[in-house]
Design a protein around this ligand. Structure first.
Ligand code: PLP
Length: 377
């Protein structure tokens, strides 16, 4: 067997993630690897932290990137905060809400599930009913941007309810960060996680997270050890922070993914240079352009207009159209990836992503042209 180097084609990524990556981020990734305790690397990590605070709009000192994908960020929030026996209200309106439920159950927490239809926002009134019915609930967990359905939930109102009913909020912002308005401090979010490969347009494999002071207090008051050694924040914090706790010294916890963090640093600089509000605005504008093109092709959106995510456009596959054939033509002849339906939407929906660097006019034009051709055939 003769092995040769892997040379992937240059695809246009317009699915649910990973998204298109800027050449600047790919260049950053290939710079020389240095030691993860090298003072220059430590200084760069401090910048990653302050850039993440900007992206999340928070001054939380515990803001960092977990060295693993978004799912590990999710797990980090749940295993550090929820203890066996804790009651958690879990909102479920798609695949990722079900994953939150799975986390709560594995920890031995008691989950109270509030279901909302797929393709719709989480029903705020139903959540309030659940909070009233369960005054002993400690947490409210929900997905801000449901990537499986393209629905956006009202994170601000949900976090306000959490505060009103004395719960800590746990928010999935994997697809929302950088793509739609998100204000961690203003909205009073207690625990939040994201992913590097959606609207931040970085390589997959890192999960930005942030914890409020209240969340940190809850962690400190734990009566059980966190069941995961790797994700235990009390241990990782000493590695990421040059704060009082470790007297400015970084101690070894695990080897940071050095080059991946160069890439995240660069992608966050791109976001900072554009400006957060400008990035949110660009996603909204690109969505409008894509929408009118799709409507001209007779393609209909699944999510009602008021609940739609600009960065994840879930549409009905037109009657009589072969799902896989269309996606294959787009991939093999146009080098464009769009997403298939997930879970209950498999075979029924396409998910067209406009995330981060991918949310550009030329991508939309190419996608619409390829889709038009594929549909005709
Ligand atoms: C992609 C995604 C995740 C999981 O992130 P991975 O990086 O794939 O582990 C979790 N939640 C939402 C809403 C997502 O879109």
């Amino acid at each position: 067997m003769q092995y040769t180097s892997f040379n992937p084609p240059a695809r246009t990524l317009m699915g649910p993630g990973p998204s298109d990556i800027s050449p600047r981020v790919l260049q950053a990734l290939s710079r020389p690897t240095i030691g993860h305790l090298d003072p220059l690397f430590v200084a760069m990590m401090d910048e990653v932290k302050s850039l993440l605070q900007y992206a999340f709009q928070t001054s939380n000192p515990i803001t960092m990137a977990v060295s693993a994908p978004g799912s590990a960020g999710m797990e980090t929030c749940f295993v550090n905060l929820v203890e066996p026996g804790d009651k958690v209200i879990v909102c479920r309106n798609g695949v990722f809400g079900s994953r939150m439920l799975e986390n709560v159950e594995r920890i031995g927490g008691t989950a109270i599930v509030v279901d909302s239809p797929w393709g719709r926002a989480v029903d705020v009134n139903k959540v309030e009913d659940a909070l009233k019915a369960h005054p002993d609930a400690r947490f409210l967990a929900f997905v801000h941007a449901e990537t499986s359905t393209g629905a956006r939930s009202d994170a601000q109102s949900l976090c306000q309810l959490a505060q009103q009913y004395d719960c800590l909020s746990i928010v999935d912002a994997v697809t929302s960060l950088g793509g739609i308005a998100l204000n961690v401090d203003e909205w009073g979010i207690d625990a939040i996680y994201s992913g590097s490969q959606k609207c931040l347009s970085c390589t997959p494999g890192l999960s930005p997270i942030s914890f409020s002071e209240k969340a940190v207090q809850k962690m400190k008051a734990r009566s059980h050890k966190v069941q995961s050694w790797f994700l235990d924040q009390t241990l990782v914090m000493d590695y990421w922070s040059s704060s009082e706790s470790n007297k400015g010294k970084r101690s070894y916890h695990h080897t940071a993914p050095v080059n991946a963090l160069y890439a995240l640093h660069e992608s966050l600089i791109l976001l900072h240079q554009e400006g957060l509000a400008a990035s949110w605005q660009r996603h909204a504008e690109m969505h409008t352009i894509l929408r009118s093109g799709l409507e001209k092709l007779g393609i209909e959106f699944i999510v009602p207009e008021q609940d739609r995510l600009p960065q994840l456009n879930a549409v009905h596959i037109p009657e009589g159209i072969d799902d896989a054939k269309v996606r294959n033509i787009m991939l093999n002849e146009y080098n464009i990836e769009i997403g298939a339906g997930l879970g209950g939407f498999a075979g029924k929906a396409w998910r067209i992503g406009l995330m981060g660097y991918g949310a550009r006019k030329e991508n939309i034009a190419l996608c619409l042209a390829a889709l038009k051709d594929a549909l005709k055939r």
